[in-house]
Design a protein around this ligand. Structure first.
Ligand code: NIG
Ligand code: FE
Length: 410
């Protein structure tokens, strides 16, 4: 064992998410050693090195340890509320109709534009704290409610500040192509040009985002417009991902795969050709059952086709004020099982190993492996399925983020 290891967790059941092993890569009664912010060793608890260890020891008494959870798709920075729109939807008005009347994304754009960076930080903190309480140690945060150069930069700065305020890693994403802003109504191509030639280069220059996202849909941006945006992203050194094939099949998944994207998200209307394209490119399918639930959709993503093609599947909250207003990764996992028919092993891998791939961070995060970042969770459960089925309880006695133990705040 690494002689400089400082802290050892013993008698743990480790869910390593080693892809070569079945059942989440379970290692029974093992010890995990940490040095600085890195996992230094993984050994059976009864090995001589563990017995000889002289540093700090935590006895897990058979509890489970997983990597820190990764919520790889959120829009958690926003202003205002869309609760009244939700009531309208309950009474039968469709999401697309509300959007056409100037509500939906554009109503959040109005509120978000009117707020300062500090106000947006304050509004967003409770949502991020809720995710942290459930074991999230890395979160993706999209812009997309600013839709001007200044307001998109503002949102991305808020995302960065949130990561400085709380013990969590933030992966920021530019989503300027979320909706056509009112001042560009009827001139979508001009707005796309602004994104290509001004917003993306400015964001890349200030290193405010890791990736560029789009909403490729009949009510948003066409395949061709998204192609132009992705080309600009790649020229500026940013990764690409997309909200694709959510409400109709616009061949969005193929487009993301063609650009070697990190992830294709939603995918309710994905077909076999799309699934094969994702598999070939190694693009992760990010499933968002919360939006499906809140929109009362009928069309489910083709889970069987994704499995058959060997596409890695991640699961995320899609936390946003309109289609997915809940800050609970465990509820998203539960919905992945109940609504989409995923297995508990699949959703657990979907918020760890596969979510790390979806954020281009698989070299550092997502599995318990020597050399990876010491972000992990101790779970007070007798079986991993309890993490997914038993909601609302605090069953994480210890959350370790880069070696610092941060008790989930209550
Ligand atoms: O992921 N599909 C587009 N974007 C969001 C919805 C955002 C909103 O309604 O504010 C989504 O579902
Ligand atoms: Fe989304």
């Amino acid at each position: 064992m690494d002689p400089d290891a400082t802290h050892l967790w013993i008698h743990a059941n480790l869910l390593t998410f080693d892809r070569a092993k079945p059942h989440c890569g379970l290692l029974k009664d093992h010890a995990l050693a940490v040095r600085g912010d890195t996992i230094a060793a993984i050994l059976p608890t009864d090995s001589p090195e563990v017995r000889a260890f002289k540093g700090k020891i935590t006895d897990c008494r058979g509890k489970f340890i997983t990597p820190g959870f990764i919520d790889c798709h959120t829009h958690l920075v926003w202003g205002g509320s869309r609760a009244l729109e939700w009531e309208m939807r309950l009474s039968g008005v469709p999401y697309a109709e509300i959007a056409k009347r100037g509500g939906g994304i554009l109503s959040t754009v109005r509120s978000t534009r009117s707020m300062t960076e500090e106000q947006l930080v304050e509004a967003s903190l409770p949502r991020l704290e809720a995710l942290i309480r459930e074991g999230v140690t890395c979160v993706e945060i999209k812009s997309g409610y600013g839709l001007t150069l200044e307001d998109e930069l503002k949102m991305l700065r808020v995302a960065r500040r949130l990561g400085e305020r709380l013990p969590i890693e933030v992966s920021p994403t530019l989503l300027a192509a979320h909706a056509v802003p009112p001042e560009f109504a009827g001139r979508t191509d001009d707005y796309v040009s602004l994104i290509q030639h001004e917003i993306i280069p400015a964001v890349a220059k200030e290193r405010l985002a890791d990736a560029v996202d789009v909403f490729c849909e009949t009510i948003a941006f066409t395949h061709e417009q998204c192609h132009r945006i992705f080309a600009s992203a790649r020229m500026n050194g940013l990764a690409v991902k997309g909200h694709v094939d959510q409400l109709s099949n616009s061949r969005g998944a193929e487009l993301v795969a063609w650009h070697n994207g990190w992830s294709a998200d939603h995918l309710e209307y994905l077909d076999d050709a799309g699934a094969l394209a994702l598999a070939k490119a190694g693009t992760v399918a990010v499933l968002l059952p919360g939006a499906y639930y809140f929109l009362r959709e009928k069309q489910k993503p083709p889970v069987e086709a994704l499995r058959a093609a060997g596409v890695p599947i991640a699961v995320a909250t899609d936390l946003n004020p309109g289609t997915s207003p809940f800050a609970s990764i465990r509820l998203a996992m539960n919905m992945g099982c109940v609504l989409y028919g995923l297995t508990t092993d699949e959703v657990l891998a979907g918020v760890t190993r596969e979510a790390a791939w979806a954020l281009g961070r698989a070299d550092r995060l997502g599995t318990l492996e020597v050399g990876k970042q010491a972000d992990f969770l101790v779970w007070d459960v007798t079986h991993p399925a309890e993490i997914v089925c038993q909601l609302g309880t605090n069953i994480i006695p210890e959350r370790v983020f880069r070696e610092r133990t941060c008790q989930p705040q209550t």
